[in-house]
Ligand binder design. Structure first.
Ligand SMILES: [Zn+2]
Length: 98
């Protein structure tokens, strides 16, 4: 079998088609990871607790077992803003913030 025939056979194999797509998929994933890392690093991202009064990122100041669901593993996280606004959010390791 001539080399050109061998190459054509390889290029038609499903495994090769999958492998050929990997560099582009890897590049797309790297871009998504970089975007997610940037979002987490930015205080104004959706992951930060935004102050309902002024919109700034609130500072985590403490936690205690949730008064109602503490026995189930829920915590009450306390946040304070530079503007003086204070609030709490319910948090669990399984579900994050509610
Ligand atoms: Zn505020």
């Amino acid at each position: 079998m001539p080399l050109s025939e061998i190459l054509k056979t390889i290029e038609k194999s499903p495994t090769w088609e999958t492998l050929a797509k990997l560099p582009a998929q890897l590049e797309a994933l790297e871009r998504r990871v970089a975007a997610l890392e940037a979002a987490f690093a930015t205080p104004s991202s959706a992951n930060a607790v935004a102050c309902p009064a002024c919109g700034a990122a609130m500072k985590f100041v403490g936690e205690r077992p949730d008064p109602t669901f503490g026995r189930l593993g829920f915590k009450e996280h306390q946040f304070q803003c530079e503007c003086g606004y204070r609030t709490t959010r319910q948090w669990s390791q399984q579900k994050g913030y509610r």
